[in-house]
Design a protein around this ligand. Structure first.
Ligand SMILES: N[C@@H](CCC(=O)N[C@@H](CS)C(=O)NCC(=O)O)C(=O)O
Length: 223
């Protein structure tokens, strides 16, 4: 059975769960407790030597990096979410990487400097990085809006793994007060996908799950 090393609060891990749910691939989850440092323990380092989730163990084949895992699983279980046609696939790769390198990187900067630094011993807030994250979103969310004005999904007119990647990156929107009202097509795309069972079977709302898991800890630490 495929084993996913994951944590419900990890957006890169959640995009893998979206795909697994969508394709109905059987899997088990091993929760890695990041706050307790389990990702740096020797057992987990045998799965991913650089100690990050998500990672998978597919009957002895070990792989990390969420986009690499998405590509591997989508290739292993062929479907329209990862087209075989060279050009169609290349477009999916483009938006998959755009979601990771522009949107997820921006939201993770904001997330870290709004919440996460308060949860990690010794971590500090970096105001510059926070501003960079906001600036990147102001720059790149309009690009997504433009794409979704032309077509129903980010890489074309059908759902692909690029949508899973982007959806997970934007899961923090409510927590971070990202104003999607300014991007009506992006907002509608997100609402449509969040209503689907692949998403609902992962969580109803990332923001609610985050607050439930760490809200009391955050309340107890100073800003
Ligand atoms: N580029 C990686 C990012 C993975 C990542 O940053 N994972 C975080 C959780 S969301 C993690 O494992 N952090 C633990 C640590 O840095 O010690 C991917 O997409 O898989």
């Amino acid at each position: 059975m495929l084993m996913l090393y994951s944590n419900p609060l990890s957006s890169p891990a959640n995009k893998i769960r979206f795909l697994l749910n969508y394709l109905a691939i059987p899997y088990e989850v091993k929760i890695v407790n990041i706050a307790a440092g389990e990702q740096r323990q020797s057992d987990f380092l045998k799965i991913n030597p650089y100690g990050k989730i998500p990672a998978i163990d597919d009957n002895g084949f070990k792989l990390a990096e969420s986009n690499a895992i998405l590509r591997y699983l989508a290739d292993k279980h062929p479907s329209s979410v990862y087209p075989k046609n060279l050009e169609e696939r290349a477009i999916v790769e483009q938006w998959l990487d755009f979601a990771a390198n522009h949107i997820a990187l921006a939201t993770s900067k904001i997330m870290f400097n709004t919440y996460i630094y308060r949860l990690l011993a010794g971590a500090t807030k970096d105001e510059r990085s926070l501003q960079d994250g906001r600036l990147w979103l102001d720059t790149y969310l309009p690009v997504l809006e433009q794409q979704l004005t032309k077509q129903a999904y980010i890489a074309g007119n059908h759902l692909t793994i690029a949508d899973f990647s982007l959806l997970a990156a934007l899961d923090v929107a409510e927590l971070l007060d990202i104003n999607l009202a300014a991007y009506p097509h992006l907002k509608a795309w997100r609402q449509k996908l969040m209503a689907e069972s692949f998403y609902q079977n992962c969580h109803k709302s990332y923001g609610a799950a985050f607050k439930e898991a760490v809200g009391t800890v955050l309340d107890a630490v100073s800003n």
